[in-house]
Each structure stands twice: as C-alpha cells, then as structure tokens.
Design a protein around this ligand. Sequence first.
Ligand SMILES: Nc1ncnc2c1ncn2[C@@H]1O[C@H](COP(=O)(O)OP(=O)(O)O)[C@@H](O)[C@H]1O
Ligand SMILES: [Mg+2]
Length: 294
Amino acid sequence: MYNAFFGFSESPFSLSPDPAFLYRSEQHEEALANLIYGVQSRKGFLVLTGEVGTGKTTMLECLRDHLQTQHVEFAYIFNSRLTPEQFFEMIAFDLDLNCDRKSKPEVLFALNNLLLQSAHEGRTTVLIVDEAHNLDWDVLEEIRLLGNLENRRGKLLQIVLAGQPEFDRKLDAPNLRQLKQRIVLRCHLRPLNLMECTEYIESRLAKVGMRDQTVFPDEVLAQIHNRSRGIPRVINAICDNLLLTAFAMASRVSSIEMLDEVCHDMRLDWPGQSRALRRRSEESFEPLYSPRGD
Ligand SMILES: Nc1ncnc2c1ncn2[C@@H]1O[C@H](COP(=O)(O)OP(=O)(O)O)[C@@H](O)[C@H]1O
Ligand SMILES: [Mg+2]
C-alpha cells in the first residue's frame, strides 16, 4: 500500500518467514550453521528453541533451502497437531514413499528401505518438525524410535525439532528422558538487542531498495526495540503499521507520536509504558488560559 510512496520494491515487513529477507545476526548465523553441521555430520537429534516470533521457522526455511540445493531428501512437518497415523502419512507423502500411506507398518518398511538406500549412496535423510511443543506424547515416542535407526556410519535419519521454550520443559518429562539424552545439538534464539534490532530493520529496508534508511529516526528505533522487546515478528508488525501511519499522514519520516498511536492500536504492553505515556501527556497538556494573561 505504502510501497510506492516510500519507493520500496516490495513490502519490507511482511510476516512470512522468507529466507530472502534473512538478517544474519550472530545467533541466527550460528543456529543455522549448527543445524547444517548437525545434519551433515549425522548427529541424530537437533533441537531449536525460542519464544514465539524469534525466527525458528525462518531458520527451518533456510535449512530447507540448503537441503534442496544439496539434494538431500527431507520431510517437513509444520502442522504438529497430529495423530501418529497422520504423522506417518505425512512423512510418506513428503518423502514420496511408495506404499499404502495409511498403514504404519508399510510406511516404516518403505522408510527403512529409503534410509538404507540413501545411506548406501552416501546421502542422509532429514525429518524437520516445526512447532514441536505441540506434539503429542505418542508422536514424540514414534520420533524417538525413528531416531534409533542407524548403520555403522551414524544415524540414518537426522531429526530437527523446533519449538517454543516449553518444548524444553516437555523434554524434561520422565517418559522423554531417553529422547532428551539423545539430543546432541541445541540452539536457542533469544530476542534481538538494540543494535541487532536496528540492523535488522536496516537490512529489511535495504533489501527493498532503501539503503541508509531515513524513515525511522534513532529515538523511534530505540522505542521500537523497547516496545517489541526485540522479537522480530513484533518488530515487523510495528514497523509495518508505522509505515502505514506515516504514509497516511504523507510523511516520509516516522515519529514517536505515530509510534504511540500504532502501539495503542496494537494493544501492546512494554516496559516503562505508563511512565512514558504520562510524561508525554503532561508535555502535550495545553493550558486553558494563557499564563501571560493575554
Ligand atoms: N533472522 C531473521 N531475519 C529476517 N527475518 C526474521 C529473522 N528472524 C525472524 N524474522 C522474521 O520475524 C517473523 C517471525 O519469524 P518466525 O520464523 O515465523 O518466528 P517463529 O517461528 O520463531 O515464531 C517473520 O516475519 C520472519 O521473517
Ligand atoms: Mg514458527
């Protein structure tokens, strides 16, 4: 909507986990490198955790791109609210297994053959599960069993599980102890700090054609970081709304007042909120009569 006004080639703050917009913060870079290394070296179980909106799905999308360029076969399960039957059906579908996909024994048999064949040809196979915190216990148990498949060169199936921090707590349950012990690599995504948040916004704007961005002044950038608590998804939502507000006011530069309005409409809470709003309402208080008496 505002793209032409600001001269953007496309929307800079879309909410989709698009690897084309990847901002390589140190931790995102490290997480991706770990996932790729873990898969390549046949480590078995890898776990990626992070709060909602910190970039887990984006990392998985980058991993998926990497696997595709390397011609590594993978199954990608993004809807984790599944029964064990649906889970096997999805694996069979993604890996294009030639069997009755509704029959667990047949899927397991075909999967085993595929894994052995791939391993024989020096290739590995990957199972990626997003939103793993939603997995049912019995599906987690099936995943653990799949992780047992191995030959003398290592695990046949590399399993990447991404989920919110409660997934880590779920793994602490006694019945999942065995799975937990098998996790060889863990990455955690934390929110961005102020410098990363600024670079993140700049990198997205540069991607759509605005080098040396001029829309968000420093004090606005600092407040975007504060109010989003450094969570990329919230940063995107704030910036998108802020650009829309600036556009509606025919302004090429955003302001704290616009940000206040946006955050109010988004019903955001942030640290120091009541203090900041009180101060601002005092500043903008206009006396009903002029103190000079004229
Ligand atoms: N490192 C990053 N580079 C670019 N965009 C990112 C990054 N991390 C997160 N985002 C963006 O933030 C939003 C939420 O990311 P997402 O991967 O869906 O988070 P999660 O899966 O952890 O909830 C998406 O719009 C995504 O593009
Ligand atoms: Mg996600």
